[in-house]
Ligand binder design. Sequence first.
Ligand SMILES: Cc1ncc(COP(=O)(O)O)c(C=O)c1O
Length: 360
Amino acid sequence: VKSVINKYLSETQTEDEIKRRFKADMTAYLGCREVVPVVNGTVALEVALRGLGLSRGDFVIVPDISFVATATAVANCGLVPVYADVSSAYFGLTLEALRSRYSPRVRAAILVHFSGFVNRELFEIIEYCYRNDIFLVEDCAQAFSCTAHGMKVGTLGNAGTFSFQSSKIITAGEGGLIATNDPRLSAQFQAVSDWGLSPNLEKRRVDLASSNFRLSALQCYVLGNRLKDIDRVVAARRAYCDELEDACRRLGVEHRLPDPNTVFFDCPFFFPVTSGTQRNTVEPREESPLHRGAIVPAILKRFYPDLLEDYCNANPREITDGFCSNSIIADIDFINIAQVQGMPADRIITAYGEDASCRK
Ligand SMILES: Cc1ncc(COP(=O)(O)O)c(C=O)c1O
């Protein structure tokens, strides 16, 4: 980091040039038309949702397993999260779950490529959303570099959001990004991230009320440098995941990685083992599955009290208690790879195996 910062300080480029170059490098890497860098992955979701121009109280379907920010972003924008069940094979939304949670109030859905496992029903879900006039946001906070049919995830829905927080595939400590192929949406995202100002530099006028969510030039510079090394970083993560898998086989500990697939390229973020000790699972722990969490209702109660009843009615216990997300969270430890990478795989897996046998 020190050497990158020294290099940054000695560069002759202006901040605008650094940001322009980062945006050009990112659009080229992701293979999309536009990107809007923002301060973190949570804000990326909020800016994307605000930029879609939804109305207060609209419903947004979210998968029941994710980091809590997927649902808090919805609530913070004055929208109502509607939880849908996830696949026990790849931990993401299924088409069937999406269909079953649809109502005319649903205007958007957020699909999370959970733990760097690409959603196996991605294309069917895209088609369903398109046909039903639902905006689709891909939350790719854990899936930077993953592909579907050779195309990067995050570029296939109306918008894709990314996080560059320190446990992510590439990082600048914090950071976020929105990708889109729609120039009209891109202008909206740009405006929301920049005080509501129109991106047209000749006519800088306020198009909507917002605040400053821009990513700094220094962070853009750090990320641009990390991007040059991305193939090596991804290969190292995949190789470590293979080591963990091999250790599971030798030590008799079960894992729950999705089947390898020639259409989808995964870059694991968590390594799922079925020890059920809840040692290192999705954080914050009490917030997953999302329908059981306290943060989202607290946000609605404080900022949009009139929407709390809609939220409770949209997510009744009779439905959410039947979700398989409940047993996924109860039975699987999601080992955060960034926290253990570099340590001997046998040591990590032995610890989980011992916990599992203690439980029996
Ligand atoms: C799926 C998902 N969405 C959103 C976020 C939020 O990103 P950030 O921590 O950069 O705000 C995270 C962070 O881990 C995440 O895992």
